[in-house]
Design a protein around this ligand. Structure first.
Ligand code: GLY
Length: 399
């Protein structure tokens, strides 16, 4: 069931009552709130630190093509749909906020360092071609001509001019501003418990005991989405934290341009990427660790990232290391997000974006605005209904 923006919310205190209450003020919650407010819904976000979350750690690659994985073709269609929206989305958000998002249409080069890496990259190229994607195979020499800082041993690579980048911290800050300007109310506190009355979600109780009421509640709390008290067991999204350690270095003026585009590689089976920003920041990521809620930066994690990055771009050891941090990707059982209605009336999901939260931000905003307005998922989002993980759906699947 959905409400239209024209229906009055209720006559209670307007600061604690909304049409749409979004739990989670990361980029997914924020874009949902922004789009909902633009559609005329009285919208609120509950989060102790809006604009925080995984976007504070993420590198911001918009890598639908170079991050393609076997078995993720359905997700690929959604990733591509969001990538296509990025130019207009970034322009609209920059215009609405007057903020620079660090959106760079710089392309990506994925390279191989040894014969095994090369074979793996050839497989990726074949999969990209079967999927109708644009990527060009380059020799090692051609790779180094594009990126002279690459190691002399680079054996070949894939040039993907359509995989760009954005600065996720600037994206998050801009979305906070956009929400504020669109009239979104921020409750800067933890949502402690979902309020359910007569089998309908109708708000949350916060950590300080405030009751926030809403016509529709959107759970968009990233890796925390599976932990909100009060959500019935069979409705809780199957989202788990997947730790990623990320480094930030600075390229001094005298070394610029160190890299002109995102460079990725598989080094002895481990994925590594280097994302150069126009402001001199160089982001190096990322580990992928199933360690629950642990966000410790470890010597081993930093060592492995620097070791692999050094093998790829030896000059990296000259750069100041300015930050080490770990974040939690919201992983789902099929690596794809969950959108829309749950088995509990009034509760919607926008979560489980795993490795693609930044890339999927524009399409998520559009999907959630559609669901909130019509009660239905748009065609492109139907494969991502949370109902695919219900016990009934899982037992129906062929073995
Ligand atoms: N998409 C990059 C990562 O998840 O590390």
């Amino acid at each position: 069931m959905s409400r239209t923006p024209d229906e009055p919310s209720t006559s209670r205190d307007a600061s604690t009552v909304s049409d749409v209450l979004v739990i989670g003020g990361g980029i997914i919650g924020l874009v949902t709130a922004w789009r909902a407010a633009q559609r005329g819904f009285a919208t609120a976000v509950v989060d102790p630190e809006p604009g925080g979350g995984a976007a504070q750690v993420a590198a911001g690659m918009l890598a639908a093509v170079t991050e393609l994985h076997y078995g993720e073709q359905t997700l690929l269609a959604l990733n591509l749909a969001s990538a296509r929206r990025y130019p207009d989305f970034a322009a609209e958000l920059a215009e609405a906020t007057g903020r620079d998002l660090g959106y760079r249409r710089c392309g990506t080069l994925a390279v191989a360092l040894d014969a095994d890496d090369r074979a793996e990259l050839r497989e990726l190229h074949a999969l990209q071609q079967r999927s109708g994607l644009e990527s060009e195979w380059l020799s090692g020499r051609e790779c180094r001509r594009l990126e002279p800082m690459l190691a002399p041993g680079v054996r070949g690579g894939l040039r993907v001019d359509g995989d760009h980048q954005i600065d996720p911290r600037r994206l998050a800050a801009a979305l906070v501003t956009a929400c504020e300007r669109a009239g979104v109310v921020f409750h800067r506190m933890w949502a402690e418990r979902l309020t359910v009355v007569r089998e309908r979600a109708c708000g949350v109780r916060t950590a300080d005991g405030t009751e926030l009421a809403a016509g529709q509640v959107v759970l968009a709390a990233g890796s925390l989405s599976g932990r909100l008290a009060g959500v019935p067991e069979d409705v809780l999204p199957p989202v788990r934290p997947v730790k990623g350690q990320v480094l930030r270095l600075t390229v001094p003026e005298r070394y610029a341009p160190f890299l002109s585009r995102t460079v990725r590689a598989v080094v002895r089976g481990g994925a590594i990427y280097l994302v150069p920003r126009e402001n001199g920041e160089l982001v190096v990521g990322a580990t992928s660790e199933e360690l629950g809620w642990d966000t410790t930066v470890t010597a081993g994690g930093v060592y492995e990232l620097l070791r692999d990055a050094h093998e790829l771009v030896p000059g990296i050891t000259e750069l100041p290391l300015t930050e080490t941090r770990a974040g939690l990707r919201p992983g789902s059982p099929d690596n794809a997000p969950l959108f829309g209605a749950t088995g509990l009336d009034g509760l919607l999901l926008a979560t489980g974006h795993y490795r693609n939260g930044v890339l999927l931000t524009p399409v998520t905003g559009d999907i959630m605005a559609h669901v909130l307005t019509t009660g239905e998922l748009p065609e492109e989002a139907r494969p991502f209904t949370p109902r695919r993980f219900t016990a009934a759906a899982l037992t129906e699947q062929p073995v």
